[in-house]
Design a protein around this ligand. Sequence first.
Ligand SMILES: Nc1ncnc2c1ncn2[C@@H]1O[C@H](COP(=O)(O)OP(=O)(O)OP(=O)(O)O)[C@@H](O)[C@H]1O
Ligand SMILES: [Mg+2]
Length: 333
Amino acid sequence: MTTLSTSGPLLDVRAISLRFGKSDTNLLQGVRYSVDAGETLCIVGESGCGKSVSSLAIMGLLPAGAVTIDEADVQFRGVPLDLHDTKAMRRFRGSDIAMIFQEPMSSLNPAFRIGNQIAEAVTAHNDVTEAEADARAIEMLRRVGIPAPEQRMREYPHQLSGGMRQRVMIAMALANDPALLIADEPTTALDVTIQAQILDLIRNLQRDSGMGTIMITHDLGVVAEIADKVAVMYAGIIVEAGPAERIFNDPQHPYTIGLMSSMPKMTGPSERLSTVPGTVPTIETMPKGCRFSTRCPFAQPICATPPSEQDFGQGHRVLCHFAPLNEKLERVQ
Ligand SMILES: Nc1ncnc2c1ncn2[C@@H]1O[C@H](COP(=O)(O)OP(=O)(O)OP(=O)(O)O)[C@@H](O)[C@H]1O
Ligand SMILES: [Mg+2]
């Protein structure tokens, strides 16, 4: 039996580098972040930057034939995870580490009643009777705000709205009190009232059972509300990470600064990020040095070489030749 460590990070992603197909450019390059028990880490970044791929890699869910993992140093409760071994990873999935997927329809089986799917997730990991598993399914459906859960649990996925299916996914992920929840855009399809209810539910589970949470979201309003830590991802790299308060109030990477300036006002409606000019490079057009250099307002010739990480303490780290910012501005002017 493996001894699980109780101190240190719950999930410690020390480095993940991988590429798809025959490409010799890594889609993810040295991705690094950690989350402690009871803590919420938010991963932010534009569409296509690798947020989903990095969490699927941790869950051992990337198609083995399509991906080459060059570097995978990941520990869960102090135990190394072998991301190449999808069978071994199955041991952790569901009960220790649960994931809410970005595409709710692709992770619900259309042929089975939703109650059965949740109950099955419960019985797969616990020694409970069918009646107990059904009761747990009903309780979880109620907790995610599905009205009349006793009736609803008998329905099939196609009978539910997109928002309801999303909530069923959330109920299924949380049914086994996971130690770590990885939630990929879990509330994007939901209206604000239900979104608030789901965020409350996650917070309660964190408080009651010390669940750690990785939340992937485009919504900086949500990040501001729930994040203890933030990791900013750009083109497969974590360009800046640190305590949420530092990332919001003292961002150092030009990309983070761009994202923060697209932050909606507290009084305004929730918006998606969009105001950094240009688009994320594709794997074919990936710059050799700093991956942000093609869009960076501060880019200089040195940015054609890879930057090394600057450490500002308290876990605040920045991957930019010119960090800290003040120095950067002086050098550019
Ligand atoms: N199986 C695959 N084979 C090849 N490329 C892939 C595969 N899966 C994902 N990609 C590529 O990896 C990149 C990152 O995708 P990913 O889904 O992680 O982005 P994301 O940050 O989650 O974006 P979004 O915010 O839109 O969900 C994309 O360019 C995508 O085309
Ligand atoms: Mg995604």
